[in-house]
Design a protein around this ligand. Structure first.
Ligand SMILES: [Zn+2]
Length: 98
């Protein structure tokens, strides 16, 4: 997730408040956990990308930072979405010159 920007929240928008820092506000059955941009606390557990849109905001129960979900497929938003690199694919620079 990322820090929310000023003016980004609609006047009628709502922000979910995490009352217990040890319990995620949202629980789903998706593939991604969403963590606080500031302290890394888990705000939403096992969510799908479709569930976490820009309209979903969570105020961290630990550091009080308001986080907004952003669809950033390569960014730190998807804390646990990294897939392991294939083994043995990084040794392409070896040359066998005399
Ligand atoms: Zn936090």
């Amino acid at each position: 997730m990322r820090r929310i920007q000023e003016g980004e929240v609609p006047p009628d928008g709502a922000t979910a408040l995490q009352e217990d820092p040890d319990r995620p506000v949202f629980r789903g059955n998706g593939r991604y956990d969403y963590v606080c941009v500031e302290c890394g606390n888990v705000l939403a557990h096992a969510m799908d990308l479709e569930q976490m849109t820009k309209r979903v905001r969570v105020k961290c129960g630990r550091c009080r930072t308001i986080n907004v979900a952003v669809v950033d497929w390569k960014g730190p938003t998807l804390a646990h979405a990294t897939s392991p690199a294939p083994e043995g694919s990084s040794a392409g620079d070896l040359k066998d010159e005399p």
